[in-house]
Design a protein around this ligand. Sequence first.
Ligand code: NDP
Ligand code: ZN
Length: 180
Amino acid sequence: MKSDIAKFIEAARFAAKKHTGQTRKGADAEPYINHPLEVANLLANVGKIEDFDVLIAALLHDTVEDCGVKKEEIAELFGETVAGYVSEVTDDKSLPKARRKELQIEHAPALSRGAKQIKLADKISNIADIINSPPAGWSSQRKIEYVEWGEKVVAGLRGANPKLEKRFDELTEKARLKFQ
Ligand code: NDP
Ligand code: ZN
């Protein structure tokens, strides 16, 4: 039986390998793995979450959507609970982007508490990136639209983790001041 920390570091290594060659959309093109690491960091150090299934799922949260990893592989390596959280935060890429964005808003209230916490940290990480390292070519208008959409998703996640919600609110306030 592996320890929680052994599984956690294995998940970091697995995600790093799967995201090989992928970069964030910011001007400095950081390695993509910086984002799942930041999501896990926010959960542990802002959200004060100690549930390793949630922390491990955070590291893996974009591997199904962006790297073609199968849910079954995650279940085999990291367990059904982790695989369930990753599935819950994975968009159906066969749908058009606008529909996927609507569905995130619609589905948010029905997510499990663990998936809500991961999604909150994901939105915090992405909005922080839009403030500090925005995708090349995005107008202020597009940045504001992203923040407003994020607020609609997060409306359905509230109650899952007040500390993360506070961080989200501080960040959206900062974004508003910067981009409006
Ligand atoms: P995208 O989905 O194209 O990009 C945002 C996603 O990219 C994030 O959710 C994040 O996903 C990932 N990402 C990677 N690097 C970064 C980074 N440095 N900073 C932030 N996110 C990063 O954006 P949208 O299509 O959602 O566009 C935002 C809004 O703009 C929408 O509401 C849309 O309607 C509008 N829009 C406006 C256009 C215009 O020209 N004015 C054109 C198209 C859309 P992950 O966590 O999965 O990595
Ligand atoms: Zn993400």
